[in-house]
Structure formats: C-alpha cells, structure tokens
Design a binder for this molecule. Structure first.
Ligand code: HEM
Length: 79
C-alpha cells in the first residue's frame, strides 16, 4: 500500500478555494480533495471554510463524516 503524502498546515491553508483553485479539507488527520463538490465551491460550506482542519466543526453539521466517503484522501496533515 502506498503511503499518503504528508501535507503541512501551510500547504493546506492555500487550498481554500480562493488562493489556489483546489479545495482541500482536513478531517481527523486526513486531507480530502473536495474540489469537485458543488457544495464547497469557492471554499465555503455553510459558513465553514476549507483549507484547514475541520475535525472539531463536524459536530455542527447535520450529517456525519460519511460525507467524506466519496472524496479522495490525498494526504495526511503533518501534526
Ligand atoms: C452548519 C454546518 C453544516 C451544514 C448545514 C452542512 C450541510 C450539508 C449538506 C446539506 C450537505 C449535503 C447533504 C448531505 O450529504 O447530508 C453536506 C455535505 C457535505 N458536508 Fe456539510 N454541512 C455543515 C458542516 C460541515 C463541516 C464542518 C464539514 C467538514 C468537516 C462538512 C463536510 C461536508 C462534505 C465533505 C459534504 C459532501 C459534499 C458533496 O457530496 O458534494 N460539512 N453538508
């Protein structure tokens, strides 16, 4: 199995849908590319912003972390 690349918080921060075209979100140490989601266009999702670790914001959501299942894990957040 190939290991996922380690991504820093600074690299993640640029993928906020504003500074670079990609939209990445970290959840429980894993970074997901949600660029294809129409619900994350421009990096915002119901007042939540991409480009950061949103683990602690998931309890605000009306859904579980099942929503990540259709997105590709592209890296691990450097702790
Ligand atoms: C007030 C907070 C939030 C609201 C109202 C909200 C609402 C929604 C709704 C309505 C959907 C589509 C239906 C569904 O899959 O249940 C969705 C999908 C999704 N949400 Fe949230 N959400 C919130 C917070 C969050 C947070 C904090 C995260 C990340 C930790 C997140 C990640 C996602 C993802 C990845 C999807 C899938 C997008 C897609 O399939 O294109 N959401 N959300």
């Amino acid at each position: 199995m190939t290991e996922l690349p380690i991504i820093t918080a600074a690299q993640l921060a640029l993928r906020n849908g504003q500074d670079k075209p990609q939209v990445w979100v970290a959840y429980k140490g894993v970074i997901y590319d949600v660029s294809k989601s129409r619900l994350w266009k421009t990096g915002t999702h119901y007042e939540h912003w991409a480009g950061q670790d949103l683990t602690h914001e998931l309890p605000d959501a009306p859904h579980t972390d099942e929503v990540f299942s259709k997105f590709e894990a592209i890296g691990k957040l450097r702790s």
